[in-house]
Design a protein around this ligand. Sequence first.
Ligand SMILES: C[S@@+](CC[C@H](N)C(=O)[O-])C[C@H]1O[C@@H](n2cnc3c(N)ncnc32)[C@H](O)[C@@H]1O
Length: 269
Amino acid sequence: MTEPASPAASRWALPPHDDWSTPFADLLLQQLDLRPGLKILDVASGHGIPAFYLAEQVGPTGTVVAVDASRGQVASARAIQRDDLPWLRFECLDMRALPASFPAFQRITGNLSVMFFRPHRFEAVRGLLEHLEPGGQLVLTFPSLGTFDSLWQRIDQEMSRHGLTTERERLATHVAERPSAEEARGWLERLEMERISIVERPLEVASGSGQRFLQHPLLRGGFLDDAYECFDDARLADQVMTRVSEDLESMTPLIAQRCALSGWKRCNQ
Ligand SMILES: C[S@@+](CC[C@H](N)C(=O)[O-])C[C@H]1O[C@@H](n2cnc3c(N)ncnc32)[C@H](O)[C@@H]1O
């Protein structure tokens, strides 16, 4: 277990009851050079993990601009913020296409962000670097290739039992499409960043079986959906996924790979 990077006494500490965003954000904070007075851009900011904590740490001499493509997420984050931390601003923007007039920052962070850089992940990272000052640091996290492999293997086994060749091929494509830690390193190297560091840490995710598995908010949002999308026949999908969900033992422990990538933009870039 890694120690949380945020002290418990902090008013805007990462929420301890969040079993997904907080462990990824912990890893992000462990990589980030964070100090008072910094100008930070936080992308895919959602409800403000870790934007609130970052804003508290940079203090009133710093700035945090947090961007998310969803109006609903931005509205929720603003509702949580109310009049606190006035140097923190939530904006509704697509992180893959920030306006050229958007300023440059000393740090860019993005917790659970890289999976939303699709379809052109390298271009999305390159676009972000245009808003990073020379000598600034980029730190992004995402669940890397290897996440929930036991789940994919069990679904593949069940598909194979039903002779579902096309569905198996689609599943393999979905799984392979997830970026690996090494692919992420390649992006930062191509962008000639310095002091590149890529870390991966396992995270065990607990789930009940049956409907509790199929409706698990984390698995359903973004992981199981990929499996359902492999089927043309919804009834067959339900049949296969129900069988899988009732065989939790063969998939546990369910391990996600938390990956954090960090790099520094050259001073002369
Ligand atoms: C998994 S959530 C992470 C939120 C937060 N950083 C956290 O750790 O809880 C991903 C967020 O990315 C946002 N998002 C997806 N595509 C985006 C895009 N192209 N530009 C900006 N935000 C995007 C979603 O609206 C969502 O709030």
